[in-house]
Design a protein. Structure first.
Length: 82
């Protein structure tokens, strides 16, 4: 977001009663939750993560999300064998 638009958007969000220090970009939220950016957007669109859409951008307002499935485990194959 451009500087002016970002400042204006943060003012709007703050005036709605949200704490700007607990807001995250989609990328930041994805990193903290261990999910892809696309998956976070899908969760926002579905209302499973609290957020607001400002133009083309999402602002994540909370990271209260519990995965429904356990994360996939990486299987390490051993070379050789006995």
């Amino acid at each position: 977001m451009s500087g002016i638009l970002a400042k204006y958007s943060l003012d709007i969000i703050s005036n709605l009663g949200y704490n700007i220090y607990t807001m995250y970009s989609v990328k930041q939220a994805a990193e903290k939750l261990g999910l892809s950016d696309r998956h976070v957007r899908l969760l926002l669109e579905g209302g499973e993560i609290k957020g607001k859409k400002l133009g083309h951008y999402w602002v994540v307002l909370g990271l209260n999300y519990n995965r429904k499935r356990k994360p996939k485990r990486m299987v390490v194959k051993q070379k050789g064998g006995s």
